[in-house]
Design a protein around this ligand. Structure first.
Ligand code: SAH
Length: 254
């Protein structure tokens, strides 16, 4: 089968964050699939068709892109950040596993991108400098009780925690609930970083504490990094503070 499918990470922001490999894969595509606002970030190229869809339609989008590639086209599916982090790569794999045998013979490639937690961390120092984990707070695809269990386990084990999808219009209370839960494991002074729209013109990065974290503004474009007992804030005169988690941990955190 001659069709090809590239699952491409666009990075967190503008073209500066697009890797040369991703740029080349986009150039070669005849058809682009993705969530509308992500497709809008891709420069127009002559002869390329665009197939935007809603962000809740990942499975249907993946299947449509696979059908198109199976007809012999060179198709690209785009994700913000990295396609393997809470994004399209797993949706494509799910559809290949469940779909027609012919989809398994397609040439499928995954092109990495800079994921939001790395972009946010880089703005502020090294909050992910020691062991860390990433959790999506969205309970669209898993029960909230599982999120709670994972928050307890992660904080209890002393991981720095990157929280993707902290808030959306349909999920107004989950973030406050998560912070409340983390307070049961971690000191009130634990540093918390809010990175909003990093890499875009309206970027905003703020540092607060676990005690204050639920008062800080978070939305769908925000990634939150919750530190550990070891995470430190270095105040600097005339400059933003540095937040970092030392490379060594001497005792069990919780
Ligand atoms: N695949 C993406 C994540 C998709 S989930 C990636 O690798 O980054 C969507 C969540 O990612 C958002 O709710 C937010 O938590 C985070 N996010 C995406 N882009 C961001 C950006 N530019 N700045 C801060 N957070 C971002």
């Amino acid at each position: 089968m001659s069709g090809r499918l590239a699952v491409i990470g666009l990075g967190p922001g503008d073209a500066r964050y697009l890797t040369p490999e991703a740029d080349a894969a986009l150039s070669g595509a005849q058809a682009l699939y993705g969530y509308g606002p992500y497709l809008d970030r891709v420069a127009a190229r002559a002869g390329q068709s665009r197939h935007p869809s809603d962000n809740r339609e990942e499975g249907a989008r993946a299947a449509a892109a696979l059908r198109h590639a199976a007809q012999g086209a060179n198709v690209a599916v785009v994700s913000g950040g990295d396609p393997g982090v809470f994004a399209m790569a797993a949706a494509i794999c799910e559809e290949i596993e469940a779909g027609p045998e012919a989809w398994r013979t397609l040439d499928v490639i995954f092109v990495p991108g800079i994921t939001a937690m790395l972009a946010v961390a880089a703005r502020i120092g090294a909050p992910l400098g020691h062991d860390f984990c990433a959790l999506s707070l969205s309970d669209n695809l898993k029960p909230w009780e599982l999120v709670e269990r994972r928050l307890d386990a992660a904080a209890g084990a002393g991981f720095v925690i990157a929280l993707y999808n902290p808030v959306s219009r349909a999920r107004p209370w989950q973030f406050g609930n998560a912070i409340e839960r983390l307070r049961q494991h971690l000191p009130q002074a634990t540093p918390v970083v809010f990175g909003r729209a990093v890499g875009r013109p309206d970027e905003r990065v703020t540092v607060t504490t676990l005690a204050q974290a639920d008062a800080a503004p978070a939305d769908m474009a925000t990634l939150v990094i919750v530190g550990t007992r070891e995470t430190r804030v270095i105040a600097r005169p005339g400059r933003a503070p540095l937040v970092y988690t030392p490379r060594t941990a001497v005792e069990v955190s919780a």
